[in-house]
Design a protein around this ligand. Structure first.
Ligand SMILES: [Zn+2]
Length: 102
């Protein structure tokens, strides 16, 4: 621990300074993704913080629900077409139901 929020974390090949208050780490991942890197998790665990408190609030359920709490309309003049969407690598499964006497 350097001070209340900053921690020195020894890595395998390199050492890192983690600033939990500003959500930054020398590796750069924490500042960009706003999701705690392994160094931040180590520092947070040492400090006794729950991992969920280390992630930026934009990933919280409250923020997600607020983002989709109202209807989202297409922009004026935007063409909207109806189409089916499937997960990548999946195609529509056509089902045939056979009805008849067995
Ligand atoms: Zn890191």
């Amino acid at each position: 621990m350097i001070d209340g929020w900053r921690f020195f974390v020894e890595g395998v090949k390199k050492d890192y300074v983690v600033d939990l208050e500003h959500q930054k780490c020398d590796c750069g991942v924490y500042a960009v993704e706003k999701i705690s890197c392994s160094h931040a998790i180590a520092a947070g665990s040492y400090a006794g913080l729950h991992i969920s408190t280390l992630v930026c609030h934009v990933y919280s359920k409250g923020t997600l629900f607020a983002g989709y709490s109202e209807n989202i309309y297409p922009c004026v003049g935007q063409q909207v077409e109806a189409r089916k969407c499937f997960p990548p690598g999946r195609e529509e499964i056509k089902m045939t139901i056979l009805i008849g006497a067995i």
